[in-house]
Design a binder for this molecule. Sequence first.
Ligand SMILES: C[S@@+](CC[C@H](N)C(=O)[O-])C[C@H]1O[C@@H](n2cnc3c(N)ncnc32)[C@H](O)[C@@H]1O
Length: 276
Amino acid sequence: MQAAASVDYGYLRDMVFSLSQNVLDPSRDYLFDTRLTKILRNQSLSSLEELVQLLRIRKNPALERAIAEAMTINETSFFRDGRPFELLRTDLLPKLIEARRNTRALRFWSGACSTGQEAYSIAMLIREHFPLLASWNIRIEGTDICGEVVERAQAGTYHRIEMNRGLPARFVVRYFDHQGEDWTAKPELRQMCNFRQINLCGPSLPFHEKFDVIFLRNVMLYFSQETRRPLLANIHRLLAPDGLLFLGSSEQPADPSIWTPTLAGGTCHFKPKQPN
Ligand SMILES: C[S@@+](CC[C@H](N)C(=O)[O-])C[C@H]1O[C@@H](n2cnc3c(N)ncnc32)[C@H](O)[C@@H]1O
């Protein structure tokens, strides 16, 4: 697909970068044409040229944010790249549970949760394999920059096709109620999860308590090296000293001096190194 030559895509790319830190490659400029049609319609505009003109004339933070959100890639699925979940089940969670037996609390964060499947996968893993944790204080935070996907995560409702991607049939019937082609996570899962709209690259991350496990998967690949470094430093601060970080299979922490990688179960996870 070809992008329209008359549109100043560079202006739109720079704007998206300044708001979400997502680096968009010029070879994919055509995505602006396909993804901004709803915004054009809502603004009663007939072309991207008009949109750029409007943005140049008058600052409109809400419209700019809507554009940045519309350009996010929200691809996800239940138990995506299954190995981190399997490793948590067989090895890492039993150890964390032992380490937290006095506080009886565990905090998880799905840091770019999209429509919520990652967070609900953690919730199902816990309910299915660690019945002991039913009496513990378990919190799963799911956050994403895109308001629309956060709303979908909060609703916890998925189409049959989304359910068929990665979710074992017994989990479907045990943890979801269905109505026609849609399935909604049962309250027992929804109560464990809390979804909010948060920009990972905003001025500060609104968390005070540390997390035991952070999933920050398949989001850093959209950021520049300069963005990844301070983000990973913030993540380091938010992780318990014996906490665990999972990145996407093609992602690495920007600063290896503060992370210890461990290869296990066919996947890599990271522990925060502590200052001497
Ligand atoms: C490809 S999805 C990954 C979803 C999930 N973590 C997974 O691996 O299946 C990437 C998500 O990152 C979100 N995202 C992109 N930039 C972000 C930012 N600056 N802050 C928070 N979330 C962001 C997007 O909205 C999108 O939902």
